[in-house]
Design a binder for this molecule. Structure first.
Ligand code: GAR
Length: 185
């Protein structure tokens, strides 16, 4: 059985999609959903699906969590809306095994502070005609690791921030799980 570990800090719509997708895959399971945020919506979503959750503190993030991951030995670690930086010792222990999804066509609209609505507001402000998603490996900076997959969507002149967010999320939900599956196959 291949195990996937998911990290999420917020609502967890992507985490939920991933959980649902892999319920139908017999040789893969979601072993645990990790979050730094005790109020994260992802906790309820994971529990509803019977997936184990683990809330951790900044202190536990230094050592404990890494120790747990080493004992799980996951096939892949998926960051699905996880907002803390990944420490170097995690990357060293899991080379090419930690991936992230970002709601823009990187390298556009990436970097520190660029997450969720901050990204969509910038895309809107710059009157982009095209936006999309990027799935990439994690490196020591924000949003700069090698790109695995991108998908694009056209924007219309009257698309507001909410519509940009909707279009982007639809792409995430459509492609993320299958890309994860491809990577671990
Ligand atoms: C997703 O749109 C993801 O791309 C973004 O957070 C959202 C999480 O939504 N991640 C980043 O912005 C990382 N820089 P979700 O909790 O509903 O899956």
């Amino acid at each position: 059985m291949k195990e996937i570990v998911v990290f999420s800090s917020g609502a967890g719509s992507n985490a939920e999609k991933i959980i649902s997708y892999f319920k139908k895959v017999s040789d893969v399971c979601i072993s645990v959903v990790y979050t730094n945020n005790p109020a994260a919506g992802v906790l309820k979503k994971a529990k509803n699906h019977g997936v184990k959750t683990r809330v951790f503190s900044a202190q536990e993030y230094q050592k404990e969590v890494l120790k747990e991951l080493l004992s799980i030995n996951p096939a892949i670690i998926v960051l699905a809306g996880f907002l803390w930086k990944i420490p170097k010792n995690y990357i060293d222990n899991f080379p090419n095994k930690i991936i992230n999804i970002h709601p823009s066509l990187l390298p556009k609209y990436g970097g520190n502070g660029m997450y969720g609505n901050n990204v969509f507001k910038e895309v809107f402000k710059n009157k982009e005609e095209l936006t999309g998603i990027t799935i990439h490996y994690i490196d020591e900076k924000f949003d700069t690791g090698p790109i695995i997959f991108q998908a694009q969507v056209k924007l219309l002149p009257n698309d507001d921030v909410t519509e940009i967010a909707n279009k982007t999320r639809q792409l995430e939900h459509k492609f993320f799980s299958a890309q994860i599956h491809k990577l671990i196959r």
